[in-house]
Design a protein around this ligand. Sequence first.
Ligand code: KG4
Ligand code: ZN
Length: 334
Amino acid sequence: MILGIETSCDETAAAVARADGAVLAEVVRSQVETHARYGGVVPELAGRRHIETIDQVVREALTRAGIGPRELSAVAVTGGPGLIGALLVGVAYGKALAYALQIPLFPVNHLEGHLCAAGLGAGAVAPPFVALIASGGHTNLYHVKTWGEPELLGRTLDDAAGEAFDKAAKMLGLGYPGGPVIDRLAGEGDPERAPFPRPYPTCEDLNFSFSGIKTALLYYLRDRAAEGRSWHVPDVAAGFQQAIVDVLVEKSLAAAKRCDVRHVVVTGGVAANSQLRARFEARGRDEGITVHIPPVRYCTDNGAMIAAAGARLLRGGRVASLDFEPRADWVIGG
Ligand code: KG4
Ligand code: ZN
């Protein structure tokens, strides 16, 4: 049995998995209510909230799995990237638990965790595949030839896709986090009535850029206000969302072709987006590429993906040590 702990941002999460990666129990405690009134995650508050909830979340995960701490054979904890004050809480907790139980502790890269979500849920898939991780902090494309050795093909040069959704929602007065509310409103709107240019669409280059579309939205709202015209929020949400979704889909499929693989994995919080999911499936079918999108609870931050990544390290005979510090900027794949 392996315990996975995730505290890199604003979710306090823990899960118990078997050494073969099967998830037995999972608990995710969101901090959205704490941060919503500030319009974004406040790092200091995130750290404090993790301290208040981590023990409860871990105990609940063990209870749901029907085991006691002494039945654990390893602990896996997110070691980065993320907010340093938030990471420190999970890492300190994980170290203390592993030391007390005299079991190994594995630091897991948060992005490696998101990649491991590909192996969870009904449509589980194994490498080789191309993976898009689109979250609030990252928009990365990887070629995963074997587990544990992803090769970075492209990444955002400025804002992450989730960050673009969050900033757009803020401009439209829709609150935080922006992704889910834009997703919901876009379903009631017509993207053709508020078209936005697709940001950095060239598939020659697999990097992304989402800061321009944020400025395009700012000008759209400002110009309309100056002309005394109003706007239909669902149409604007739909147009904005479609521009981002199109670029994520087309670049990911182009990457799969370039790497000559037939499978694409899409994960990270933005993979919860309903239009992104639908569009990926439809375009994948057109191109003869199978698109795997884990269940929503494994796309957003969770402990199961960390436990699954830890189980893989355990099976791989990785030697663990208590002697590591969290790294806010821990990159993988170059
Ligand atoms: O992976 P995640 O839970 O945390 C990070 O590692 O960042 O991703 C959170 C991000 C936020 O920016 C949020 O707005 C976005 O994922 N998100 C969505 C949706 N649900 C969450 N973006 C678009 N549509 C959604 N339905
Ligand atoms: Zn994440």
